[in-house]
Structures are given as C-alpha cells and as structure tokens.
Design a protein. Structure first.
Length: 477
C-alpha cells in the first residue's frame, strides 16, 4: 500500500481513527484519575567515616569505606530498624488496626508477630540509595498519605541512628562487664603482691627502694680505708720504736730529729774528748770537762730514748687495739652489706611482681574506662542531613505523561485499525490502484452524489501509447 492509498483510506475512515484515538486517550486519562495517588518522601543521612572516632580515636581505613557504607545501608534496610519504626510510630495501634490484623491473619494464618509483619511490609515501601561519589544516603518512602510517609522516612532515619548507637553500646557494655571482672581480679593480685612486699620489708627490716645499701657499702669502703691507713701508721711506729731502742741508729737519725741531734752532739763531744785526751792527757781540766759533757749527753740521749720508746709502745698498743676494733667493725659491716644485698635482691623480685601486676591492672583499667565511656555513648558517627517533608504533588499517577503515551498509543492503534480494515476490505480509491488492478487506463472518475466544486469531473488527455489517463480530484472506482 502506497502512501497515497493509505491517505485515501485514512480519509475515508477518519471518524473511526478519531474514535479509536479519543477512546484510547480518554481511557488512559480516566484510569489515571481513578488510580490512587502515590506520594514520595525522602530523608537524607550523612555517614562520615573519615573523621576519627571521638571516643576511641580510631579512623576507618579508606579501603574499607565502600564496605562500611554498604554495611550502613544494610542496617537502614534491616528488619531491626523497621521494627523500631513500627514501635516508635505505634503503627500497630492505628485506627485501621482491625483491617490490618485481618490482612495479617489472612497472609500468615497467625504465624509470627503482628509488629514483625508490619515491619516486613514496611520494608517493601522503603528504598535506600547512596548518592554518587559521596557518603550521603537517601531514604525514600512511597505511599498514599504524604504526611504519614514523611513521618516514616524520618522515623527510619532516627531509628537507624538509635540502632547504630545500640550496636556500638551493646558490645561496649559487655566488654565493660568483662573488663570490670578482670580489673577486680587484678586488683586483688596487686594487693596480694604489695602485702608480700610489705611483710618481707618488715621481716628483713629493709626498704627495697631506699639507698641504704649504697650508704652501707660506702661505710664499708670507709672502714676499709681507715684500717689500711691505721695499719700503715702502726707499722711505721713499730719501726721507730725499734730504731729508738738502738736496733738501727743510723736510720733512726733520719726518723727522729731530737735523737739525731743528741747523737750528733754526743759524737762531737766524744771526738772533742779524744782530741783533748791526745793533746793534754786524761787529768787535764778540759779533758775532765769534756768527759763530763759526754756523760751528760749520753745520759740525756738514754733518757730521751727511753721516753720515745715508751711513747711509741703506748701508741702502738693503742693502734693495735684500734686496728682490731676496725677489723671487727669491717667484718660486721661486710656481713651487713651481704645481708642487705641479699635482702634487696629478693625484695626487688617482689617489687617487680608488684610492678607487673600494677601494669596489668592499669592496662585493664584503661580498657575498662574506654569501654565504660563507649557504653554510655549517645551519639552516632552518622547524622541526619535533611528531614523528609510532606510532598505537595504525587509521583503517581502522572496524568500528563500517561495522556501523552496514550495519545501515541491511540495514534498507532488508529493507524493500525485503518490499515487492517483496508487490507481486509480493499477498495479502488485512486486511478493508480485501478490501473494496477485492471491493467486498463482510467477514462474518468465519477463524483460522489451531491459533490460539486473541486470534486467535479475533470478530463485529462491520454498519455503515450499505453493509453493511460490520470484524473485528479476525488475518485471512486
């Protein structure tokens, strides 16, 4: 069928095409007007995992951000959040509760809870979608009541925040109880270790952390030094005493200046006596005087020697006694140092036990404090970015769109009906169709009855040897 034939058929069946088109568009508009209106409400959440946790200070890895966002979306769509929304909004106590319960009984035959059924039915009307390349999550709810679905969207956002806090607080409370028990046991161990250390210090009479051992060691070193010095002085005095007794006069002269002077004077007096005796004889007054002088010097030397020897003997006796006392004191001090050192080493072991128990207790106490703080947390790392508001216009049905689609569909149906009818009942409407069917030239076209003017008969000359003729205007074969 050519375009000219189709236009001719359409012109003949124009009212049928218009009826199909109008009925199609009218039906679509009527159905759209009769369909229940559906509204949409949207609440926005921001899930920020880049900032450190204000309690623990931990920061989520950037590689885990997509998985964390997907997890949070799963929590928003979870049955726990939906059940919390049902309880917050008291959906089970609404005026249409009998109808809802009847629907629940019909669907589940009484199996499962009514609130759980409402929560699962509510999940079907909620769509959670993340924004592209961001941490913003949109909670979309659709329903016939714009106010109700706005409340549901906001309730989902708030319930998600509450559930996320509960998911964080619940384990923290369990850990807090565990760490509290561990801290109690470790506190008992610390107290027992401190008691053992205290009993040991009382029993040994020492304090592990003081510097008594160092002072005792210093005192022992001081006693040893004093003993060494006193032994040296005692040996020197013993040598002086022997020299003073005449054991070695030549060396004694260097040691005792008084005796050396007396010996020198005695030597000079004896030399002078020998000189006078050789010159004048033994009875000469100078010789007698020299003899008396020598005797006096010898008596003086002997007296001084006895006096020095006696003094050195007393000094040596005193020094020997002092040396004995210092030796005894040194032995006592050495024994004390050994005892203190042994007690300190044993006490240091007990002190290390106390310190290890204290460190373990401090570590558990820190974890207990952190868990206790987290167990009392009331804030989540997510926040409500935008609350849902009642929609002013429904999202369905869209009358303009439906009417436009119905117009396109009606036009196609009208065209299809015209073509089908024309193919089912073909008619000669143009000279070309007549020539194609009969194989003979068309001599003329009779107008319709009562038609005049532009539809009147017009003659045209024959064309070529084929004898074809074409007549313009309306035609009826």
């Amino acid at each position: 069928m050519s375009l000219q034939q189709f236009l001719a058929a359409l012109r003949e069946r124009i009212w049928l095409a218009l009826a199909i088109f109008v009925l199609t568009v009218g039906a679509a508009v009527t159905v759209s007007l009769l369909m229940p209106k559906v509204y949409s409400a949207s609440a926005a959440l921001i899930i920020d995992s880049s900032k450190p946790d204000p309690l623990s200070g931990a920061t989520a890895s950037s590689n885990l951000a997509p998985a964390l966002l997907a997890t949070q979306i799963g929590i928003v769509k979870s049955e726990r959040v939906a059940l919390d929304v049902v309880r917050k909004l008291r959906l089970a106590e609404q005026p249409d509760q009998p109808a809802l319960r009847a629907k629940w009984l019909k669907a589940t035959k009484g199996r499962g809870g009514f609130e759980l059924w409402l929560a699962r039915d509510l999940q079907k009307s909620v769509e959670v979608t993340p924004a592209r390349d961001s941490n913003v999550v949109d909670i979309d709810v659709e329903g016939p009541d714009p106010v109700a679905i706005a409340r549901i969207a906001n309730a989902f956002a708030q319930s998600y925040l509450d559930v996320s806090v509960a998911l964080r607080v619940g384990p923290a409370q369990q850990y807090s109880s565990f760490f509290e028990e561990q801290a109690r046991d470790l506190r008992a161990k610390v107290e027992a270790a401190q008691q053992r250390l205290s009993d040991f210090q009382k029993d040994k009479g020492v304090i592990v952390t003081d510097d008594r051992l160092e002072s005792e060691v210093s005192r022992m070193a001081e006693l040893s030094t004093r003993l060494t010095q006193l032994q040296g002085e005692s040996g020197a005095n013993a040598g002086l005493q022997g020299e003073a007794a005449g054991l070695d006069p030549r060396q004694e002269a260097y040691s005792q200046p008084m005796l050396a002077n007396l010996r020198a004077e005695l030597a000079r007096a004896e030399s002078q006596l020998q000189e006078y005796g050789a010159r004048w004889g033994d009875n000469h007054p100078q010789v007698v005087q020299a003899k008396a002088n020598v005797a006096s010097l010898r008596a003086h030397l002997e007296l001084e020697t006895r006096r020095i020897v006696g003094g050195l003997g007393a000094v040596n006796a005193s020094q020997r006694q002092r040396i004995g006392e210092l030796r005894n004191a040194l032995e006592v001090q050495r024994s004390r140092v050994v005892r203190l050192k042994s007690a300190r080493e044993e006490g240091l072991l007990l002190l290390r036990e106390v310190e290890m128990a204290q460190r373990a207790y401090d570590g558990v106490q820190n974890r207990l404090s952190q868990s206790t703080l987290e167990s009392h947390a009331t804030q989540s790392t997510s926040f409500v970015l935008a609350e849902a508001t009642p929609a002013l216009y429904p999202i369905s049905p869209r009358i303009t769109v439906n009417a436009s689609l119905a117009a396109v569909a009606g036009l196609l149906l009208a065209i299809g009906a015209v073509v089908l009818l024309e193919l089912a009942d073909p008619r000669l409407r143009t000279s070309e169709a007549a020539y194609a069917m009969l194989g003979q030239p068309v001599l003329g076209v009779l107008p319709k009855p009562g038609v005049s003017g532009q539809f009147a008969l017009r003659r045209i000359p024959l064309v070529g040897n084929l004898g074809q003729a074409r007549l313009a205007g309306p035609r009826r074969a």
